[in-house]
Design a protein around this ligand. Structure first.
Ligand code: ADP
Ligand code: MG
Length: 698
């Protein structure tokens, strides 16, 4: 027989193993060796013992020690999967996908079989799956269908220090569940040493510490504040690259989002060209939430000899993902954070200074495999005086409508009694209840209505879910789910390369013909693509991102499946634009605004001035009344995805929310007859407010 090494077939007899197979085998062997070098490996038996002895265990270990990838495997090896799946939650989609991919390699199985992941709109698991990585939000949804999580033997709430809204909700739910299911093991794992809080919350659960290997990190501050941190970050990276020998370590830059990362990538490419050909190769690796899956793996590929990698990452590289070989960290000191004003109901993503805890995590990324250096693009004084110790948990700075709807559908009646680790401001809770009441998802007693139950099935913002549920009445559910799917990927539908902006803008305006509004323009994009049988060529010709469209199609398919589940018929009414707009208004009526004399808009129920986003098709001819999808704050407060509406629709659709006097225009006194002034409903609404203000019966 041919030896494995030469792999030559002899006498038609198949070789015992192909080269590929043996190479795969040796790669597999290497992975097994790598697993043993992780800090967690020497604590494997002790950890399993502790899990055996205690129902709830808090696990603390530095990023990269092997918590996420190893603990579920250890549990599997110890036989826990005989009793049920092991679920491991991640706050970030990319982390769930990437870690699952890694673990499937380590176990030598195909991703989606024994090891899988589940994130919103993407379920990569099967009946075989025993190790399931998922976003915290997905486990929250699983509670709706399976309140006792009977199919799980272990739940690991990972990255607990991130304190996302869904993680905080899960804390309360799994804590309660553990009492009912003594056989369920609960692991709370975190990268920070501040584990006492978790332990206290989980009835003094023991803390298992995995000592990390940390090399010293030299920290450098700037002498004066940086006016332009993007520029400073790029310059610092290039200085390191040029002055330090290649091969001594890679660079990691923390930026706030996709846009900044793309800009930084261009800046680096541009400037490196100016440095001549003597410079060592610099490989740019971006990583952010919406990065296509195929490109995500690139950050983990080993850096070739003589080259250097520069990773441009969002917060995701702070603790969720470990990239080996980083020696230099560049930290501008910002991240994008959600902030919410319960008084105005306004939610926005803002670039905000990070906390001291975050800054230290970031610095730590440089000292994992050897001594590192961290360049902070802010002053030491800045750090000491302007940075908070810890990031405020999301639950205290977000709109809660979505999560309140989920909890109500899980059967948590009394939110005031819910065991929050840090309770949300009661004002925000109240706002959420009011919003859900206005959307008719809750009745006056705060109970889930049939509409609310249907809405809760959709993994979307309640207003968007409501638009879908309402489309049943207007017989245009087909169109509304297309729009909802497009809105879910909207930021990356239109392609606008720098050198072809005029062409791209012209192509985009084609979909806006007749000033139909942004929602219907999105529908036209989707339907036109569908008419070409989902042609890629068509996308190129129209400056549309084909990848985003495919994602929209996937999402749309899932929404169609959910329609069936809530017994809404798929009905199409593509020529009745009014029906489509009315469905959207049924969900988004709280987001209506009226044109002011100075060209800005004012929300009917709110004092702020807002503007139509420059990317909107309606920005040329401002309609008198609009309904918008969301607000974004850049230089001004902008409404994004805007559609014209008729003010009388507001009174017709939401008489409990708007009355004639709200929508009467001084210039157009003519209002439709036949709509009763909604006094009775106003009374109900006010009564509901007072019920809630006393916070009983919630
Ligand atoms: P922790 O959860 O404690 O932060 P992990 O289990 O995520 O640690 O990581 C352990 C090791 O596995 C790290 O050294 C990291 O480089 C490696 N690793 C994790 N995910 C991947 C991946 N998707 N590709 C390659 N290596 C990975
Ligand atoms: Mg981890």
């Amino acid at each position: 027989k041919a030896s494995l090494m030469d792999g030559v077939k002899v006498d038609q007899e198949p070789p015992t193993e192909s080269i590929e197979k043996s190479m795969a085998k040796s790669a597999f062997g290497k992975l097994q060796e790598d697993r043993k070098t992780l800090p967690i490996y020497s604590y494997r038996d002790e950890l399993l013992q502790a899990i055996n002895d205690h129902q709830v265990l808090v696990i603390v270990g530095e990023t990269g020690s092997g918590k996420t990838t190893q603990i579920p495997q250890y549990l599997h090896e110890a036989g826990y999967t005989k009793r049920g799946k092991i679920g491991c939650t991640q706050p970030r989609r990319v982390a769930a996908m990437s870690v699952a991919a890694r673990v499937s390699q380590e176990m030598g199985v195909k991703l989606g079989n024994e090891v899988g992941y589940s994130i919103r709109f993407e379920d990569c698991t099967s009946g075989k799956t025993i190790l399931k990585y998922m976003t915290d939000g997905m486990l929250l949804r699983e509670f709706v269908g399976e309140a006792d999580l009977a199919s799980y033997s272990v739940i690991m709430v990972d990255e607990a220090h991130e304190r996302t809204l869904s993680t905080d909700m899960l804390f309360g739910l799994v804590k309660d569940l553990a009492r009912f299911r003594p056989d369920l093991k609960l692991l709370i794992s975190s990268a920070t040493l501040d584990a006492e809080k978790f332990s206290d919350y989980f009835d003094c659960a023991p803390i298992f510490k995995i000592p990390g290997r940390r090399f010293p990190v030299e920290i450098h501050y700037t002498k004066a504040p940086e006016a332009d941190y993007m520029d400073a970050a790029v310059v610092t990276a290039l200085q390191i690259h040029v002055t330090q020998p290649p091969g001594d370590g890679d660079i990691l830059i923390f930026l706030t989002g996709q846009e900044e990362i793309e800009t930084a990538e261009e800046m680096i490419k541009h400037r490196i060209r100016g440095l001549g050909t003597k410079i060592a190769e610099l490989i740019i690796c971006p990583i952010y939430a919406n990065l296509p899956t195929e490109l995500q793996a690139k950050i983990f590929e080993p850096t070739p000899e003589g080259a250097r990698k520069v990773v441009l990452a969002t917060n995701i590289a702070e603790t969720s993902l470990t990239i080996d070989g980083i020696k230099y960290v560049i930290d501008p000191g910002f991240s994008k954070m959600k902030s919410y004003n319960p008084r105005t109901g306004m939610e926005s993503l803002l670039v905000t200074p990070i906390s001291k805890a975050s800054a230290n995590q970031r610095a730590g990324r440089s000292g994992r495999t050897g001594p590192g250096k961290c360049f902070r693009l802010y002053t030491a004084h800045n750090y000491m005086n302007d940075f908070k110790d810890n990031t405020v948990p999301e639950i205290q700075r977000t709109n809660l409508a979505n999560v309140v709807l989920s909890l109500k559908s899980i059967g948590i009646i009394d939110l005031m009694d819910f065991d929050f680790m840090d309770p949300p401001p009661s004002e925000a809770l109240l706002q959420a209840l009011e919003q859900l009441f206005a959307l008719a998802a809750l009745n006056q007693l705060g109970e889930l209505t049939t509409t609310g139950r249907r809405m809760a099935e959709f993994p979307l913002d309640p207003m968007l879910s409501k638009a879908i549920v309402a489309s049943d009445k207007y017989k245009c559910s087909d169109e509304i789910i297309s729009i909802a799917a497009m809105l879910s990927v909207v930021n990356s539908i239109f392609y606008r390369p720098k050198d072809k902006q005029v062409h791209a803008d012209n192509a985009r305006m084609n979909f806006h013909m007749g000033n139909v509004g942004d929602h219907i323009a999105l529908l036209k994009v989707y339907n036109s693509w569908k008419e070409t049988n989902f042609s890629t060529q068509w996308c190129y010709e129209n400056y549309i991102q084909v990848r985003s469209m495919k994602r929209a199609r996937d999402i749309r398919d899932q929404l169609e499946g959910l329609l069936e589940r809530v017994e809404i018929e798929l009905s199409s009414n593509v020529n009745d634009l009014e029906a489509i707009k009315k469905s959207i208004t049924s969900g988004f009526f709280p987001h209506s605004a009226r044109l002011q004399k100075n060209g800005s808009y004012r929300a009917v129920k709110r004092p702020q001035a807002v503007n139509i986003h420059p990317s909107s098709g309606l920005v040329q001819a401002l309609p008198r009344w609009v309904v918008y999808h969301e607000l974004v704050l850049t230089s001004k407060e902008y409404m994004r995805q805007v559609t014209e509406l008729k003010p009388e629709w507001l009174v017709e659709i939401a008489p409990h929310y708007y009355q004639l006097k709200d929508v009467e225009d001084s210039s157009s006194k003519k209002m439709p007859c036949g709509i009763a002034p909604a006094e009775d409903l106003e009374f109900t609404y006010n009564r509901f407010r007072s019920v809630n203000l006393s916070l009983d019966g919630i």
